[in-house]
Structure formats: C-alpha cells, structure tokens
Unconditional design. Structure first.
Length: 84
C-alpha cells in the first residue's frame, strides 16, 4: 500500500509554502487514491501542528478525507485517511 509523507520541518517558517504543500499532498492523495497521508509538523511548540489542523478543518478540505488521526505515540505526526 502506498503512502504519502509530507515533512514540514524544512519550511516550518514559510506560511505560504506550508499551505501550498498541504494542498499539493491532499490533491495528490485524491488523484492517486492514496491513503493514508502522513504529515509531520514536528513537535516544537505545537504552533505548526495547530496550523496544519486548522487547514485540515476547513470545510472544503474536510469533505475530501474520511478520518484524521493524531499519532498518540508521536505528538509531531498526523495521519489523514481517505475513503475511496
């Protein structure tokens, strides 16, 4: 089973690039019918993770995925599951 991984460590301070990358991986997952998508905002202060969760909670994005999972073993990782 294929999986898409997006590591945001390299662009953590570039807000416009973060949103563009999130849009890109969501579109790629839908287009290629890949689930899950692993997003790694990192641990840090938690601000980047909050930004990612706000992005994923937008109605036009939320309707695209089936389930959101925050990794209970690794605070700096989020899984987005699609149902096709």
């Amino acid at each position: 089973m294929a999986k898409i991984v997006l590591d945001l460590h390299a662009i953590f301070n570039k807000s416009d690039k973060i949103e563009a990358e999130l849009n890109r991986v969501i579109e790629e997952a839908v287009e290629k019918r890949i689930t899950p998508v692993e997003i790694i905002p990192g641990k840090g202060s938690g601000q980047l993770k909050k930004k990612v969760l706000r992005f994923l909670a937008q109605p036009e994005i939320k309707k695209l995925y089936h389930r959101l999972e925050k990794d209970d073993k690794n605070f700096g990782r989020i899984f987005v599951h699609f149902k096709f």
